[in-house]
Design a protein around this ligand. Structure first.
Ligand SMILES: *Cc1c(COP(=O)(O)O)cnc(C)c1O
Ligand SMILES: [Zn+2]
Length: 410
């Protein structure tokens, strides 16, 4: 049985194609490369009902993933995360069918595990022994830990103010960790130099072709979890935009396979008002974005001033009649607390920003009351303990609890 129906790599800008048996980074024209499969062959050997019998991880879609030999799979059981209805929050937003895809429940606590699992597995298959990457934290943590599981070396560079827990994850994995007094773009320049100096595999966002393939499984799972009936709107917190590009790619592949039909979900890129290059480009009707100066937001995962795949994100938005929208940190934190109170889930700031955007788009009428809406929560709130400040009352040992406005029963 064929494990993967991987066919070749191609450039979405200049059309150049590449063979998958060797290591590849960007196209010679500078564009990211995308992966193609023999979808005709897949549709003749695989049907959706077979999938439901498989293990609950993203590897259930192995025909649509790039790893060719099953023994090369490096896995911690990632994928098949819950798609949870949010009825109380939905009511509060006047949305009848609101769902959250919860990527907080995945190894390393963020959806970066998907890209890392597939990216590291494929890197290992093509003989990579050492990789390097810049990160805002979560990606570095995921790639360092999956690299450790694969027995591969990793060099990770992150901004000094990236999430502290991700430093610890990287360091504990045995990877070489460097902090930089600057942004992810500065970390990227340093990694670029190290890659040349030491001939390392560059695992920067979209500089290797396979991270998208891991992230696309979010789209495959959403379709499967809705029993192959697509939702109306999918909202995604967008930094590098890999998840959004991946979800769009997944939906196109499913259409080509004939497993889903009808209108594509409208894809929404959510950014922070402190870093909104994609939103600006979309508002101006452009197909590429400009570098966003002095970017700043508490939602570190979406603090990306210029994404290499911006044109692919914008393509996906235009092609699905989607939109791009920015929200501020204050409303994001407000929404984060509301979700914990109404739905019992402590989600990450990026996810909270995405719910804030759903609320706004509903208020503006861009989303209708009866539409099925999926919000991606890309990570666990507990990875970001410092975004929440609390001052509980301190008791002495002999104190009793006095509830305000309530009389004690004795
Ligand atoms: C990296 C990250 C994002 C942004 O992901 P992209 O696919 O690069 O746009 C969103 N949320 C969290 C928690 C992240 O770590
Ligand atoms: Zn090209």
């Amino acid at each position: 049985m064929t494990y993967s129906y991987l066919s070749h790599l191609y450039c979405p800008k200049c059309g150049h194609t590449y063979d998958t048996s060797e290591q590849h980074q960007l196209c010679t024209c500078g564009s990211p490369l995308l992966v193609d499969y023999d979808l005709n062959a897949i549709s003749s050997v695989l049907s959706p009902d077979v999938l439901t019998l498989r293990e609950p991880s993203l590897w259930r879609y192995h025909e649509l993933l790039p790893v060719e030999v099953e023994a090369n799979v490096v896995s911690l059981g990632e994928g098949m995360t819950p798609l949870t209805p949010f009825p109380r929050l939905g009511k509060d937003m006047a949305l009848e069918k609101l769902y959250m895809k919860d990527e907080g429940l995945i190894p390393t606590g963020s959806f970066k595990a998907r890209g890392a699992a597939v990216g590291v597995s494929k890197a290992s298959e093509v003989g990579v022994k050492e990789l390097a990457m810049p990160t805002n934290g979560n990606a570095g943590a995921a790639w360092a830990l999956y690299a450790a599981r694969a027995g591969m070396k990793a060099t990770i560079v992150m901004p000094n103010d990236a999430l502290e827990i991700t430093r610890n994850e990287v360091a504990l994995s045995g990877a070489s960790l460097y902090l930089v007094n600057g942004l992810i773009s500065d970390a990227g320049k340093i990694v670029g130099k190290a890659v040349k100096d030491y001939n390392l595999y560059d695992a920067s966002t979209l500089k290797e072709p396979y991270r998208i393939e891991g992230k696309k499984t979010m789209g495959l799972e959403i379709a499967e979890q809705f029993n192959w009936q697509l939702p109306d709107v999918i909202l995604y917190p967008t930094g590098g935009g890999v998840g959004l590009i991946g979800i769009y790619k997944a939906l196109k592949e499913l259409k080509a396979l004939g497993w889903v039909e009808g209108k594509m979900p409208r894809l929404v890129a959510v950014q922070s008002t402190g870093c909104a290059p994609i939103v600006k480009a979309w508002e101006e009707g452009r197909r590429e974005s400009d570098y966003w100066n002095d970017s700043e937001t508490l939602a570190f995962g979406i603090n990306v001033p210029k994404a290499l795949g911006d044109f692919l994100v914008l393509d996906a938005i235009y092609a699905t009649d989607g939109c791009a929208i920015a929200v501020d940190d204050e409303s994001m934190l407000h929404e984060q607390a509301k979700i914990a109170q109404m739905e019992g889930n402590f989600i990450c700031p990026e996810g909270a920003a995405t719910f804030t955007a759903a609320r706004k788009l509903r208020e503006d009428g861009w989303i209708g009351a009866d539409e099925t809406v999926v919000v991606l929560n890309t990570g666990a709130g507990i990875k970001y303990p410092d975004t929440v400040q609390v001052k509980p009352e301190m008791l002495e040992k002999e104190d009793t609890i006095i509830k305000k406005g309530e009389e004690s029963k004795n």
